[in-house]
Write a protein that binds this ligand. Structure first.
Ligand code: UDP
Length: 368
């Protein structure tokens, strides 16, 4: 009996690759899209020849050398540092908030210690136990920096007041009292030289693996025919939304092409509410080792997910978590089906977390 894997993103592809490599089992991988790689899919844009991150920018970053080395089996990861800028009130600032941002914003020339003391003085001392995104931000950096860089961006991104969002979202972003403007703090950071799609092609290029694209999970698959199923699609869809739809934000992109250099950087954020998009990404800056005359860029807009939209960010509001628990209780009873990945576990996961989880799940499965 063979193994069925639903979804050809990182979760599904890593599992397929591991099972094919370590056993003699046949593996069938299906995906409803017409391409591999899930939201990590990249392709060369026909007009500019730039590598396009079709579902938005992806920069692989991790502190774990094993994960970096593992992916390096399937591509050449070129070190890349994401240095994000923000346009606010007619000025350009450096992100994540660092000493340059603070000194520019307050027209000062603090050293690290002075800046830390100053910003700590701005924090709202009446908030002892921050319960949400807004309280966490106000306690940490105070009203001015919060309103400039976080409030508008977050409200646009999540479509809700930051006080109804979990504090954990903010914890993704550091505040630094030095001039380090590397968006990520992890030791290993890079982008595959030829884009991400090559990783999936190489992972799945194995005689025991059969890939069926443009194939929906419900189109006649009987689970009994398979020894085990790894499901990486949305968990609510698996159970026909019987406990309701889990909330996701989705993003849409408005494409633009410019001659030369459009904005001079890979990512520029627009935290102001008066601008409808959250950020602009210019994709040739994600592959600075290539030269292109024309430049491809996208304005990114965020909206509520409707039927047929690609789900991006799990919202994890209270009502979502209630439904999720019901779905998970049912999922647990299905011994021959494993649910994994961002959509099947309904978590905000970076690529490194997805790869790590899939390697762990494969290891457990292979031990049996
Ligand atoms: N965020 C913000 N201002 C910014 C960038 C991010 O307020 O300029 C907040 C926003 O709520 C966002 C969260 O921080 O959802 C996490 O940001 P990150 O850049 O990690 O988001 P991702 O790259 O996953 O979209």
């Amino acid at each position: 009996m063979s193994i069925l894997i639903v979804g050809a993103g990182f979760s599904g592809s890593v599992i397929a690759e591991q099972i094919a490599r370590h056993t003699k089992k046949e593996v069938v991988v299906i995906d409803e899209r017409d391409h591999l790689g899930g939201n990590c899919y990249t392709k060369r844009d026909a007009e500019t020849n730039v590598i396009e991150h079709v579902y938005g920018p992806h920069i692989f970053n991790t502190d774990k050398q094993v994960l970096w080395d593992y992916l390096s089996n399937f591509c050449e990861l070129v070190p890349f540092v994401n240095r994000v800028k923000a346009v606010y009130n007619g000025s350009v600032y450096s992100l994540p908030i660092n000493l340059h941002t603070i000194n520019q914003f307050f027209n000062s020339s603090f050293n690290p210690l002075e800046a830390a003391e100053f910003v700590s003085g701005l924090g709202d001392k009446s908030i002892v136990n921050p319960k949400n995104f807004e309280e966490q931000a106000l306690a940490m950096i105070g009203k001015q920096l919060y309103e400039a860089f976080f409030y508008g961006y977050t409200k646009k991104q999540w479509g809700t007041e930051p006080r109804s969002l979990p504090a954990t979202i903010l914890k993704r972003l550091p505040v630094r009292f030095n001039y380090n403007d590397n968006y990520y703090a992890n030791q290993f950071q890079g982008i595959p030289r030829n884009g991400y799609t090559e990783i999936f092609e190489r992972m799945l290029d194995h005689k025991q693996i059969r890939v069926l694209l443009s194939t929906k999970f419900d189109s006649g698959f009987s689970l009994e025919e398979f020894e085990h199923v790894f499901y990486t699609g949305p968990i609510d869809a698996f159970f026909s939304f019987k406990y309701g739809r889990l909330g996701y934000r989705t993003v849409t992109f408005e494409r633009g092409v410019a001659l030369g250099d459009y904005q001079g950087n890979a990512v520029i954020n627009y935290p102001e509410m008066s601008i409808p998009y959250t950020r602009i990404h210019e994709h040739k800056h994600f592959s600075p080792w290539e030269r292109h005359e024309k430049s491809l860029y996208f304005k990114e807009f965020s909206k509520e997910t409707q039927k047929g939209d690609v789900p991006f960010y799990p919202k994890r509001l209270e009502e979502d978590m209630v439904s999720l628990e019901k779905y998970q209780a049912e999922a647990k009873k299905l011994k021959r089906i494993t649910f994994l990945g961002r959509l099947a576990t309904y978590r905000y996961l970076d690529m490194q977390h997805v790869v790590e989880e899939a390697l762990g799940v494969s290891r457990d499965f292979l031990k049996k």
